[in-house]
Design a protein around this ligand. Structure first.
Ligand code: KPL
Length: 308
C-alpha cells in the first residue's frame, strides 16, 4: 500500500483522507491534536465513521515514519509554504507534492523551490467541517490535476486514477495554470465584495453591488488578457469574464463565500493569494488596478481589526 500524507486537516484535507483511507495508508498532519475517530457525512447524507491516523507536527518530528509516496498540502493558501517548511527535514526532497490551494501564490513559489515534482489541483468538491471530528461532503464536484510546466503528466495521471478510485472525480489536464487563474479571476470578483459587505453571493446581482462587480471584472479582464488567460468558454474580453462571474453568482447564490466565512470567524483571508497576484501582474503590465487595490486595502484594514 502506498502512503499519502495530508498536511492541513481542514475540510478538503479531511475529505481527501476519508476518501483515500480505504485504499492507501493515510497520515493526516496538523498543528494540534485531533480525534482519530472521524465522521464523514456524504452528499447522500450517509454517515461513515473512520479511524484516521491524525498526527501533530511535533509527533511527526519525534517519531519514525514510512516515507510518503505523495504529500498533499491542503492548508489555506498563505499557510502552504510554512507547512512545507515544517516537513522539509522529514521527507525526501524528491517527494511528489500535490497542492490544493486557491489563488496563484503558493503554487509558483513552491514549484520553484521544491526539487521534487509539484502537482497543482483545482477542485469544485464542496465540503465543510462540523468540529474536530466531522466533515460534511456537501456536494460532488470535479478535480483537475496538472503541473505548471507539463513535465509530470504520468504522475498527474496516477493521482487522478487514485482520486477516481477513491470516489472523487478527477481529470489530468495540461492547462492547470489557466484553470488556476480562471478560478482566481472568479474568486477575486466575488469573494472580496461579499466579505466586505457581509452578503451572500446572490446579493451581488443587485444594486449597488452589481456595478462594483462590473468595475472589478473590468480590471481583472485586462490583466487576464495581458497574461493570455481566456475564460473557460474560450470567448474574449470583459463581457465573457462578466458572463462567467454572473453564472457563478447565480449557481452559488445562497453560498456564504469562503472569504466571508473567514471574516465572520475572524480568520486571515486569502486576499494575498487571490488579489495579490492580480495586483502584481497589473503593475508588471502597467495596467490599472485601483479597484483591486482598494478592495485589498479595505480587507487588510478589516483583518487588522481582529487579527493580533
Ligand atoms: O469559490 C468560491 C468561494 O466561496 O471561495 C466562490 C466561487 C466565491 C463561491 O462561493
Amino acid at each position: 500500500m502506498i502512503t499519502h500524507w495530508i498536511i492541513g486537516p481542514g475540510a478538503i484535507g479531511r475529505l481527501l483522507a476519508h476518501s483515500l483511507a480505504p485504499l492507501a495508508e493515510v497520515v493526516v498532519i496538523g498543528r494540534r491534536a485531533l480525534p482519530a475517530q472521524q465522521l464523514l457525512t456524504t452528499p447522500e447524507s450517509e454517515q461513515r465513521a473512520q479511524h484516521l491516523n491524525m498526527v501533530t507536527l511535533a509527533e511527526l518530528a519525534s517519531e519514525a515514519h514510512e516515507q510518503p509516496a505523495f504529500v498533499h498540502i491542503t492548508t489555506k493558501a498563505m499557510a502552504a509554504e510554512a507547512a512545507l517548511e515544517n516537513l522539509k527535514n522529514v521527507i525526501a526532497p524528491t517527494t511528489p507534492l500535490v497542492l490544493w490551494q486557491n489563488g496563484f501564490l503558493a503554487q509558483p513559489r513552491i514549484n520553484q523551490s521544491w526539487s521534487g515534482p509539484v502537482l497543482c489541483s483545482t477542485t469544485t468538491e464542496g465540503a465543510y467541517l462540523t468540529g474536530n471530528d466531522g466533515v460534511v461532503h456537501a456536494g460532488h464536484g470535479h478535480t483537475y490535476i496538472g503541473d505548471l510546466k507539463n513535465q509530470h503528466g504520468a504522475l498527474a495521471e496516477t493521482v487522478v486514477q487514485m482520486l477516481t478510485q477513491a470516489g472523487l472525480a478527477a481529470t489530468k489536464v495540461d492547462d492547470i495554470r489557466n484553470r488556476l487563474w480562471q478560478k482566481l479571476a472568479v474568486n477575486a470578483a466575488i469573494n472580496p465584495l461579499v466579505a466586505l459587505h457581509g452578503v451572500r453571493n446572490g446579493a451581488l446581482g443587485n444594486a449597488p453591488y452589481s456595478g462594483q462587480v462590473a468595475a472589478v471584472v473590468k480590471e481583472i479582464a485586462a490583466i487576464m488578457s495581458a497574461e493570455s488567460i481566456l475564460p473557460p468558454a474560450g470567448e474574449h474580453g470583459v463581457d465573457a469574464w462578466l458572463a462567467l462571474v454572473w453564472q457563478v453568482v447565480e449557481n452559488t447564490a445562497n453560498n456564504k463565500a469562503s472569504m466571508l466565512q473567514d471574516v465572520e470567524a475572524k480568520r486571515a483571508t486569502e486576499r494575498g493569494a487571490i488579489l495579490g497576484p492580480l495586483i502584481e501582474n497589473a503593475q508588471h503590465h502597467g495596467l490599472a488596478c485601483e479597484v483591486l487595490q482598494n478592495l485589498n486595502g479595505k480587507l487588510a484594514a478589516l483583518e487588522a481589526g481582529y487579527l493580533h
